[in-house]
Design a protein around this ligand. Sequence first.
Ligand code: PLP
Length: 389
Amino acid sequence: MSSATSTGADALAINGGTPACAQPVAFMAPRLTKEDVAGATAVLESGMLRAASRCAELEERWAKTTDANHAMTCSNGTCALQLAYEPLIERGDDVIVPAWTYIATASMLVARGANPIFCDPIEDTFQIDVEDAEKRLTPKTTAIACTHLYGMPVDIEAVQDLANRKGLKVIYDGAQAHLARYDGKGIGAYGDAVTYSFYATKNLGTGEGGMITANDDALARKIGLLRSHGETDKYLHESIGYNYRMNDITGAIGCSKLDRLGDETARRQQVADLYDARLAEIDAVAAPVRTAKAEPVWHLYTVRLDLSKLTCTRDEFCAALKEEGVPTAVHYPRALTRQPAFAQWAQDMPVSDRLAQCVLCLPMHQELTDEQAGWVCDAVAKIARAFAS
Ligand SMILES: Cc1ncc(COP(=O)(O)O)c(C=O)c1O
């Protein structure tokens, strides 16, 4: 390839010889086992469909595994954010949030009536840049909302240090970071609240579902009440709330999947180690850099292309990988500050804007074999060579 503006058809011509993968590799492998189905079926057969013992069991186990004092199930990761934000953030507050995250982290701030103050991430870890965040603080800033993106914990020490110095609340979005650890503890040990999503494709996926963890008893009580119409006794409502409850079918699937989440996470970590080692040999492709003290759980394994060393765009690189049997995804194609929904906050975010051009996610899941992970790296090396400038 010679042109930096090659077409998709040109990109496909780059694939010569035998595809790197003997069979196409799956990007993800969300699965229900016989045990998951049996758990859900038992709930169906019992007729007890509302949140009951299986949700309570999931809460108890989630609090333990994340090192949090309290865990509260809810309907999904978006309402988990709402339930965490409402007691911690007032209408009109300014809240720091990265421009490089899923929309819900920021949109639920707007839903709360708060003003998102966007900041950039650190380019090689993808996680909130706390120095950049500090420069953007305003007199009205009361909180930081940040995401353990792709399953990699943020630099929690730096976030908490800034929060302590400036008297800010901290809400961590752990939607992609089930079982992630930082400095030897589960991520539930840090900040005011942590939220999780159990959407179908998450490391623990129940279809829809969510969780909030918190360490303060009074905050946990408030979140619990908000989740279910402020009800303290049958038809006695202490405060205004919502119906954001989980149900026991979901709870049972969650408990069953939690039984194997540790093993599945360990496999993701092995695949990430393998990718790291092989990608270090490829000049134009940068593996994700790990935050100090973090134990990531690799919901996504995201690499950056050095486009100055390639004659193609990221999308052409992905198209060529697909021909080799390697599906990819782009998390995310644009910074939140480039989303029409955030037109009011549109601005340049140099790091996020660059990442939007050059990131791609490689297959990552618990069923990948060493051989398949090797094929993926062979394909990346082959395409990087073919597009080398
Ligand atoms: C970082 C992040 N936050 C929040 C959410 C929202 O979770 P849910 O889809 O369960 O509402 C997601 C889901 O994709 C996410 O990845």
